[in-house]
Design a protein around this ligand. Structure first.
Ligand code: CS2
Length: 485
């Protein structure tokens, strides 16, 4: 079957929605994975279609592997989005990505795009671990080998290194102000990105660091955003099915749930796409949106993933169809999270919780428990530990967030060196001990994932140890005797 490309479309009498001859790069995107293709790339195309602009074409940059470049370059950046589940619309072609640059292989290309005056926005979806956060300080991890190499002047490969070196090049080119939009599931992701960049500047020779800091303060903005859409990894059989329906072979196809949401802090340093016409919400304060999403949806997702894996469920939908697991997620949301967060005005927390469970139950999505369970050391903190700390502060038991932490610990111990996590090596080296958790729980509580205050709180550690013992003795069956909401 013929591969998707501009020429193949033309030969078939079809055309992309955007006028590709007129499209110019206005956005550089770092981290071109499935999520951005199903979210930011689509909303950017819709924004341009709404107002007829051609100024927001995307130059997308791959992370470590050039795989997405190899998928999209022969296709002129074109790919399809296929929605799965209730309300799914037909497969659509997305044409907002003008080019894909392999970041590590072409660092000069990345810096040149960031330094181009036509670029006004840099967006990021580099996942939690991409930021290289030092868990002890919350700042940039200067001990990380990639960060250290970027600081030493090598062609940058980490996202913060690419951003810092790109901004320096932009200053040299006098290319004008720019907005950096983080789209990762981390609290206050805009301020975080600014802080990590400042950490990079601080570690440069003094004069160079000062120049970067002052140019950034005067010319860059870092709005916070909340992004939401469940996007599983595309499988080989997805590609075959999409090819049948679309009529051309798309190696870069993505699948996603129909739901999509983007809440963006209205704080830009220069022009931006009219994303509101594509359904994005602009607000002065993203924090309540982000807390609801991280602590309800993402926390619930992680809990389903860890308990689901323990119970032998391959997908999130199978996990949440298991009443023992769904009950635990409802308890986490209703008895713990909703009492500890300030909700965005107009959002009904209980209804939001129910809608999240319905989205998890989407049987057509095939979102795997293994995928959601990956990188737990980076996800537990933003998703669950703030809830535990807030419950303790309010004098309440963090019973259900402790269950989620214990389920993660059980997963860590059972997976051993096979764990899919940047800290896999360090975690596997900890003593696992026996099934009662007397060794594993205190050892894991001392790892970098847990703030020392929380790890030292005996109410919290006692609950985690309790749940670890329950799960080790009886697996998810052990939850049956425990009250759920
Ligand atoms: C998931 C998220 O993989 C994960 O950790 O919890 O990717 C989740 O699907 C999205 O944040 C939904 O918006």
């Amino acid at each position: 079957m013929t591969r998707l490309s501009l020429a193949a479309l033309r030969a078939a009498g079809r055309s992309p929605a955007l006028d590709r001859g007129a499209l110019r790069t206005g956005i550089v995107h770092l981290g071109i994975g499935a999520f951005f293709r199903a979210h930011g790339a689509v909303l950017t195309e819709d924004a341009m279609l709404a107002d007829g602009s051609a100024a927001w074409g995307i130059s997308a940059v791959t992370g470590r592997s050039p795989r997405v470049r190899d998928q999209l370059a022969p296709q002129d950046g074109l790919f399809t989005l296929t929605e799965r589940g209730p309300g799914a619309r037909p497969t659509r072609l997305v044409s907002s990505i003008r080019e894909v640059i392999a970041g590590p292989q072409d660092p000069g290309g990345v810096l040149a795009r960031i330094a181009d005056p036509a670029t006004r926005v840099v967006t990021l979806t580099v996942t939690e671990k991409g930021y290289r956060i030092d868990p002890r300080t919350g700042g940039l991890d200067l001990a990380d080998a990639g960060v250290a190499a970027d600081l030493a002047g090598a062609a940058p490969t980490t996202p913060i290194g690419q951003l810092a070196r790109g901004l320096q090049a932009r200053q040299r080119a006098d290319a004008g102000p720019l907005t950096v939009v983080s789209c990762d599931n981390l609290p206050e992701n805009g301020a975080l990105t600014a802080r990590l960049l400042a950490g990079f500047a601080d570690a440069l020779p003094a004069a160079e660091g000062d120049a970067l800091r002052s140019w950034t303060a005067a010319n860059a903005a870092f709005p916070a955003t909340m992004v939401d859409r469940m996007v599983p990894a595309t499988t080989g059989s997805d590609l075959d099915r999409i090819e049948q329906g679309f009529g051309l072979r798309d190696e870069g196809a993505v699948v996603a749930e129909p739901f999509v949401q983007w809440v963006i802090e209205d704080r830009f340093a220069a022009a931006r796409p009219g994303w509101e016409a594509a359904g994005a919400r602009f607000t002065g304060d993203v924090r309540p949106w982000e807390a609801a999403k991280l602590r309800i949806l993402n926390a619930g997702h992680s809990l389903v993933a860890y308990l689901g894996l323990l119970a032998g469920h391959a997908t999130i939908a199978e996990g949440v169809a298991d009443d023992r697991i769904a009950g635990a997620v409802r308890s986490l949301i209703h008895s713990e999270v909703l009492g500890t967060i300030a909700l965005p005005e107009g959002l009904d927390g209980a209804a939001y919780g129910d809608s999240v469970l319905e989205r998890f139950a989407n049987p057509a999505l095939g979102h795997t428990t293994a995928k959601v369970a990956s990188d737990g050391s980076q996800k537990i903190g933003p998703r669950l530990l703030s809830t535990a700390a807030a419950a303790l502060e309010a004098g309440r038991e963090p019973r259900w967030s402790a269950l989620a932490v214990a389920a993660w610990m059980r997963h860590v111990v059972l997976a051993g060196p096979e764990l899919d996590d940047p800290l896999a090596g360090a975690l596997a080296a900890l003593p696992a001990g026996g099934p009662d958790g007397r060794t594993a729980v205190p050892a894991l509580l001392r790892c970098d994932v847990f703030p020392p205050d929380l790890a030292a709180d005996q109410r919290f550690s006692g609950l985690v140890a309790h749940w670890y013992g329950v799960l080790a003795a009886a697996g998810v069956d052990g939850l049956s005797g425990e009250a759920t909401a």
